[in-house]
Design a protein around this ligand. Structure first.
Ligand SMILES: Nc1ncnc2c1ncn2[C@@H]1O[C@H](COP(=O)(O)OP(=O)(O)OP(=O)(O)O)[C@@H](O)[C@H]1O
Ligand SMILES: [Mg+2]
Length: 228
């Protein structure tokens, strides 16, 4: 039996948007194993982004429990949680969230600089990650000068550069053509194998289902099916 990297039990999350209450997560229970690529699929609005945000400590939840690398994230204070995330989690946001004033290479180097890695080494490692996603020629360009697919690959490089144990990618191939999508998925698969990382990939893209170890289906804030 593989080691459990993340364990969620009965997670409930409700948003209060004005008058309306949105029950985004209605009791999610899920374990993620070491060396696993788990895909999370389901219709728009079913709670995928909310769930991965809770799981990575970016969003508070009302009830249930969530352990990441044996640590209970609900009881960590903000400073501890931020440091824990910086060390252990790589997150590719659905909206990329690149810093507009920084070039591609400086965006990718950021998680390393935050950890105190020296600038020269951070830039070398950022360069390697940009090469791996096929963006070596664009390292000095700022996000506004990059296409959507190029920005997405910068976001992926930034999520991987510090060798996190747990990687969460929210729609990592949504802006990519078929070939770039395959390159990205092959890179992610290689990282799982070589570094022993675990990964959750949120996706609508059935062309990449073949890379999954398990596919978890969500609807209306609940898990409806887990397929191998
Ligand atoms: N900050 C927020 N405030 C209020 N409601 C929210 C907020 N974020 C998400 N929601 C609502 O929670 C539900 C789940 O949203 P979520 O973003 O998790 O869906 P999703 O499955 O990621 O959808 P998509 O595939 O479109 O990205 C939706 O009904 C959404 O409108
Ligand atoms: Mg989403």
């Amino acid at each position: 039996m593989s080691k459990i990297i993340a364990s969620c039990k009965n997670i409930v999350k409700t948003f209060n948007a004005g008058e309306a209450e949105v029950k985004a997560l209605q009791g999610i229970t899920l374990d993620v194993y070491e060396n696993e690529l788990l895909m999370l699929v389901g219709p728009s609005g079913c709670g995928k982004t909310t769930f991965v945000s809770v799981l990575s400590g970016l969003l508070h939840f009302e009830s249930g429990s969530c352990k990441l690398l044996q640590k209970d994230i609900a009881t960590m204070d903000d400073v501890t949680l931020t440091a824990f995330r910086g060390e252990n989690i790589g997150f590719v946001f659905q909206a990329f969230n690149l810093l507009p004033s920084l070039s591609a290479i400086d965006n990718v180097a950021l998680p390393l600089t935050i950890k105190g890695v020296q600038r020269a080494e951070a830039l070398t490692r950022a360069q390697e990650m940009l090469n791996a996603v096929g963006l070596n020629a664009k390292e000095h360009i700022k996000p506004s000068g990059l296409s959507g697919g190029e920005q997405q690959r910068v976001a992926i490089a930034r999520a991987l550069v510090h060798n996190p144990k747990f990687i969460i990618c929210d729609e990592p191939t949504s802006s990519l053509d078929h070939k770039s999508g395959q390159i990205v998925m092959e890179l992610l698969t290689k990282i799982i194998q070589e570094k022993g990382a675990s990964m959750i990939v949120v996706t609508h893209d059935n062309r990449i289902y073949k890379y999954a170890n398990r596919i978890v289906h969500m609807e209306d804030g609940k898990i409806t099916k887990v397929a191998l």
